[in-house]
Unconditional design. Structure first.
Length: 146
């Protein structure tokens, strides 16, 4: 059985978050979208549920982390090329997000990231196909967030 993943993230302004991620090329499933929630489609098996704070609070007994001050999660997405990594980060910045570091180039792996409108961190990574298949150089980066 193939598993799917649904990442749930609290957002302050759902409409602005939908506009932000639309500018990055993501689409949304209208079947799971209302005034409190939307389902952002990342791939056939990966979805991000963006929920208003009130809706998110109904699923957890804990306080919502202010992602502008604390990091609660690092979301990492693979990309098809180095240029696509740079394009996604550039689009995020143009849409109102920001970046917090310079791109990381490890030769076989290239990564850069951005923070969305609510401060959630998104890492975008490209890994050379040969490095993935051989696993050769990846051992030294076993502690890297991917």
């Amino acid at each position: 059985m193939s598993r799917k993943i649904f990442v749930n993230l609290p957002v302050k302004k759902l409409k602005q978050s939908i506009d932000f991620f639309t500018k990055l090329g993501f689409s949304f499933n209208p079947q799971f979208t209302d005034e409190t929630t939307t389902c952002m489609i990342v791939s056939d098996d990966i979805f991000v549920m963006l929920l208003t704070h009130d809706k998110f609070k109904s699923f957890t007994p804990n306080a919502i982390c202010d992602a502008m001050k604390s990091t609660e999660v690092l979301v990492c997405l693979s990309s098809e090329s180095r240029a696509a990594v740079d394009e996604m980060v550039s689009n995020a910045i143009a849409a109102g997000g920001n970046t917090y570091n310079e791109p990381l180039d490890h030769g076989f792996m290239y990564a850069h990231g951005f923070q969305d409108l609510d401060g959630h961190i998104w890492e975008i990574v490209y890994m050379e196909p040969d490095a993935i298949q051989s696993g050769a150089q990846t051992e030294q980066y076993a502690d890297a967030p991917v």
